[in-house]
Ligand binder design. Structure first.
Ligand code: G3H
Length: 478
């Protein structure tokens, strides 16, 4: 029926033979807003087969032509920012303005990727043999980067377009084909994005997109012998994917508990502005959100007071109205957040605001005097709840940060650059921001998690490199 969005295989939009669909619940109304196909394993096989065939020709397509098509897709994507953003508003309750920003950022990412790709893939290496002991100059070694084959892209709900694009664009410029499995919430935005690539005129089969329940096709996709690389962003499902996947490169980003350390000599207003933005933008549903504030005791009360003043000004409501705080993505997500709040209440954290929830909408909440025995000190709420831990020494802050199983990003606020660098070196996270909240972008910066936050580095250049392998030819002289 026409109400169910089709999936994309071999350059065509098809219905699934399953006759089943997956509902997408609007987080604001909590009613079904869209439906997508529940693809079968056989359909997954077809998408992968088709991607495999298309990749062979694509790898032989000149780099400049691949780049040209990517630039075209970027332009079409930006032209269609409004309808795609509309889907983001309805599927994941992203504030309308941020939804548009996500699409524009994605278009820019595609263009940058095309430019970066022609540069870095246009270069190889030339080595000679006589630098290694025992060798004469009789061997010339030529290296270049070749594609891996079929890249499986699994983005999360919070950036269904941008985190799909950050996998698709590097894969394509490097000569790979793509099989995309979008998240359920955000699937329709992703399908619209795929249509932009369709309109740009990419070869049939090069991009495939299957929708459906992770429980039915998830393992089948990630363990499929036709997949040559997995790029995944999401929760701890990534850990089980990495255990089951074959001997293929994995690029994974699995969340974080990004700490914000505030020292006595910090510019307090700067710290406060970043804590509120970092902690509460998109209602805290970012892997790089500030997820715990570790503040020196002497300045803690004034910091908390200033944060509360700003929290009071956050608007709470519908994404269509561009409210700062919008409903979290699912009811189960809201229930999980509530569980963390209840635990903090029982263990006597200081509630700076009253806990308030209506449906999936949770009002912003700052919890002061949080202690390590509370779940909120360690777990990521992925919601608008931010814990503050008062620390006596910098070491205590670093210790808390490093005791986490996560290691994505962290940040430190101080006016002493030497201290900042020492703290950055001591923090076991992939990135440390000095005097700013954690963030993945600009999108050409390296982005990686340590420990349970992931493996492999992202960012445009790193992604292109991860999605290639080195091919060597050695010329042996007489
Ligand atoms: O949710 C994870 C994203 O990679 C974070 O991206 O820092 O641009 O919000 P962002």
């Amino acid at each position: 029926d026409g109400d169910v969005y089709k999936y994309y295989v071999d350059g065509q939009w098809n219905k699934s033979s399953s006759g089943k669909s997956v509902p997408i619940i609007n987080p604001t109304t909590r009613k079904t807003h869209y439906k997508v196909q529940a693809c079968t394993q056989e359909e997954v096989n077809n998408v992968i087969d088709s991607a495999k065939k298309a990749q062979k020709l694509w790898a032989k397509t000149p780099l400049w032509k691949r780049a040209e098509l990517l630039h075209k897709a970027a332009a079409i994507l930006k032209e269609n920012k409004a309808p795609i953003a509309e889907c983001l508003v309805k599927e994941i309750a992203k504030p309308a303005k941020d939804a548009v920003t996500e699409v524009v950022r994605s278009g820019d990412l595609v263009s940058y990727c095309a430019e970066e790709g022609v540069r870095i893939l246009g270069e190889g290496k030339f080595l000679v043999s006589d630098s290694f002991p025992g060798n004469d100059r009789t061997k010339y070694c030529l290296t270049s980067k070749i594609p891996l084959g079929v890249v499986l892209a699994i983005p999360p709900f919070n950036y269904p377009v941008n985190l799909a694009i950050s996998k698709i664009a590097p894969a394509l410029i490097a000569g790979n084909s793509i099989v995309l499995k979008p998240p359920t919430q955000g699937a329709v935005a992703a399908l619209h994005m795929v249509h932009c690539f369709h309109l740009a005129g990419f070869p049939k089969g090069l991009i495939g997109c299957v929708t459906g329940k992770g429980s039915e096709i998830g393992d089948f996709l990630t363990m499929h012998p036709g997949v040559n690389c997995i790029s995944f962003t999401g929760g701890d499902t990534g850990i089980s994917i990495s255990r089951k996947a074959g001997m293929i490169p994995l690029q994974m980003e699995l969340g974080g508990k990004d700490a914000c350390i505030v020292l006595e000599d910090a510019d307090l207003d700067l710290a406060v502005a970043n804590i509120v933005k970092g902690g509460f933008s998109y209602s805290g549903q970012r892997c790089t959100a500030v997820k715990v504030v570790l503040v020196m005791e002497q300045i803690a009360s004034s910091l908390v007071k200033k944060v509360n003043e700003k929290v009071a000004k956050l608007t709470v409501g519908a994404p269509e109205d561009n409210c700062d705080i919008t409903p979290v993505v699912t009811e189960s997500s809201a229930n999980f957040i509530e569980g963390l709040v209840k635990d903090a209440k029982e263990k006597k954290a200081t509630f700076c605001q009253e806990y308030k929830r209506e449906g999936n909408l949770i009002w912003p909440l700052l919890l002061d005097n949080v202690r390590p025995d509370m779940r909120i000190a360690w777990e990521e709420p992925f919601g608008p709840v931010l814990p503050v831990i008062r620390i006596k020494t910098v070491e205590e802050g670093i210790h808390h940060c490093n005791a986490s199983n996560f290691g994505l990003q962290g940040c430190v606020f101080t006016s002493d650059i030497n201290k900042a660098i020492m703290i950055s070196d001591a923090m076991e996270t992939g990135t440390v921001q000095i005097n700013s909240a954690p963030a993945r972008g600009p999108d050409h910066f390296p982005f990686q998690g340590l420990k349970d936050s992931g493996i492999g580095s992202q960012g445009i250049t790193n992604s292109i490199n991860i999605m290639t392998k080195v091919k060597t030819t050695v010329i042996n002289l007489p």
